[in-house]
Design a binder for this molecule. Structure first.
Ligand code: ADA
Length: 562
């Protein structure tokens, strides 16, 4: 995967993107497959979704991907996969090396090649929607679960001592102070190890540490005098280059502090009004494995509409998109994978554990992205059911434990019965007045009633985000009745929402419209979803703007001018 900055100068990295050997194996389990006997009779793109191809459209079952990569020595190597949907088992030279559950997050496995020349990588990928196999992707969700190796694949040569992760935290934005944590590992006790950190090419510190353990964390506190701050309006970034022994890691960071206070979301102590959309990673031909061209197109349209906010609905976003949000000043709500969880899920250890792993991997993948200003989980779960509260507390608690520097939230669609509000720093509500019920002229009263209740139950200091609200519109359908499904109705509804929230009321800190672009939905949602798509985008699935696109652009742009 090629990012907007070069992550390594010294470490040997092979990008395994391309066209892999492929075979669809159907209704088998991992243990039924003799990986040495698979007949790879087809091809599939990586990154990509095999079931976004007409040949495998709507097919669910086991599939196999294969790639060969050169290896020149028997030192530790690391295979990194950025998102495999939805469960997989990885084989190195015919031997099972790792299993993983859940798409949308990076995982890796380490190995030492047994023979020189090349290594055979086979990934069995199961895209079936099965709670036992993978409880994070279930058939009733309102988006289509594409399968395959949907994001990048890389092979890293690690050597003797290597960097596992670098975490950069702003500790005092006024002093440009950062904490840099370097997780390292080694095949044997590293001993005296040179460590250096550069910022934008300038040496900041260089020292030698005696590392006695074969793994650990080196912590360094820096002050980058004269460094520029990151904010949505001025998204300044700096490249931190970390060297530990022979290994290295470059990170592009933004110095900023996020806080919530007096009903506001603050970045560097300045209130920020969040204006934007919920965005699925989806395209009819690319599934959720989006080409770079689509990422560029999406960020350009979001900027064109005057957005400074995206809610990554409803799963951890591709880090290539987060790189663009960093660069263009788009704040991101990053959330774990899930949709309308019930007590059945939230009292089941199997489900909770899958969510905790998803949270760990989400935070690990996006911790250094300044655009990510809040963590979320459990979209529209039953947060009104006391039986679910312990599960909410455990999962939201994990996010807080992983990262104390960002506020925590979840999207509730039970505003008047919710019993988990005290677990969140930001109160976020999904509601559809004027679409699933009522008419457009009832929207202001509906929103005010929600805000009033939230304050009445003790959240008067917390910011409120309307994290979903919107209407469906069929692209090109302009109806003189101007009723539901017409482009005019969608535009009128969104105009009423935006004007009330930001011209009349002063209680709302942000809005993420549902949704940026139309996307294919799941099989249980077919009724009520014309074309089997969720049509609430202001652009259609090919990013063609509807009337609402221009309405939102006019209103957001005027709000941004103050
Ligand atoms: C819910 C859900 C979204 C989508 C939306 C809709 O709010 O969180 O994923 O399903 O409803 O389109 O109805």
């Amino acid at each position: 995967m090629i990012r907007r900055f070069r992550e390594h100068d010294n470490r040997e990295v092979q990008d395994l993107s391309g066209i892999w050997d492929f075979a669809f194996l159907g209704e088998v389990e991992y243990d039924d497959v003799d990986v040495t006997g698979i007949v790879f009779d087809d091809i599939a793109p990586v990154p990509g979704n095999f079931d976004a191809l007409q040949k495998y459209a709507a097919k669910r079952g086991m599939s196999a991907y294969r790639m060969f990569a050169p290896v020149s020595d028997k030192t530790t190597h690391r295979l990194i996969l950025d998102g495999v949907h939805h469960a997989c088992r990885v084989f190195i030279d015919g031997k099972a090396a790792a299993d993983h559950v859940g798409g949308f997050t990076r995982f890796h496995l380490d190995f030492t090649p047994q023979t020189l020349g090349e290594v055979e990588i086979v990934v069995l990928v199961d895209n079936r929607l099965d709670y036992e196999r993978c409880p994070l992707h279930l058939h009733y969700f309102d988006w289509y679960h594409f399968g395959g190796i949907a994001r990048g694949a890389e092979l890293h040569r690690l050597g003797d001592t290597w960097i596992d992760a670098v975490r950069v935290t702003t500790t005092d934005y006024k002093k440009r102070a950062l904490r840099v944590e370097i997780d390292y590992a080694a095949g044997k006790e590293p001993g005296k190890t040179p460590i250096a950190i550069y910022c934008d090419g300038k040496k900041i510190t260089r020292r030698t540490r005696t590392l006695k353990e074969t793994s650990g964390t080196v912590e360094l506190d820096l002050e980058l005098e004269g460094a520029l701050l990151w904010s949505p309006d001025e998204p300044n970034l700096h490249e931190l280059y970390v060297v530990l022994g022979d290994d290295d890691q470059r990170e592009r960071v933004g110095i900023r502090e996020v806080a919530v206070k007096n009903q506001q979301i603050l970045i560097n102590e300045q209130p920020v009004r969040l204006l934007g959309f919920n965005r699925h990673e989806a395209h009819p031909q690319f599934g959720c494995g989006l080409a770079d061209a689509l990422l560029v197109s999406d960020i350009q349209q979001l900027m064109d509409m005057g957005c400074n906010f995206v809610r990554g609905s409803h799963y951890p976003q591709d880090v290539r998109f987060l790189d663009l949000c960093d660069e263009f000043g788009i704040c991101v709500w990053s959330e774990t994978t899930g949709w309308q969880q019930t007590a059945e899920h939230l009292t089941d250890r199997h489900y909770i554990d899958a969510c905790l792993t998803n949270a760990d991997e989400m935070v690990a993948g996006a911790y250094n992205r300044p655009s990510v200003i809040m963590w979320g989980a459990l979209n529209e779960g039953h947060s009104h059911d006391p039986e679910c509260k312990p599960g909410y507390a455990e999962i939201l608690g994990r996010l807080r434990e992983l990262d104390a520097s960002r506020p925590i939230t979840y999207a509730s669609n039970h505003p008047f019965e919710d019993c988990c509000y005290e677990l969140a720093d930001i109160i976020s509500i999904n509601c559809y007045p004027g679409w699933y019920g009522g008419e457009i002229d009832e929207i202001p009263a509906a929103l005010d009633a929600i805000a009033k209740h939230i304050d009445e139950v003790g959240n008067t200091s917390k910011p409120i985000i309307i994290s979903e609200i919107g209407a469906g519109a069929i692209y090109g359908w302009r109806d003189w009745n101007e009723q539901r499904w017409s482009e005019q109705y969608q535009a009128q509804l969104l105009e009423t929402v935006i004007r009330h929230m930001f011209e009349t009321s002063d209680r709302f800190a942000g809005l993420s419209i549902w949704q940026f672009g139309d996307c294919r939905t799941g099989i249980t949602k077919a009724i009520g979803r014309p074309r089997h798509f969720n049509n609430k985008g202001v652009v259609d699935e090919y990013r063609r703007p509807k009337e609402a696109y221009y309405l939102v652009k006019a209103l957001f742009s005027r709000l941004n001018q103050g």
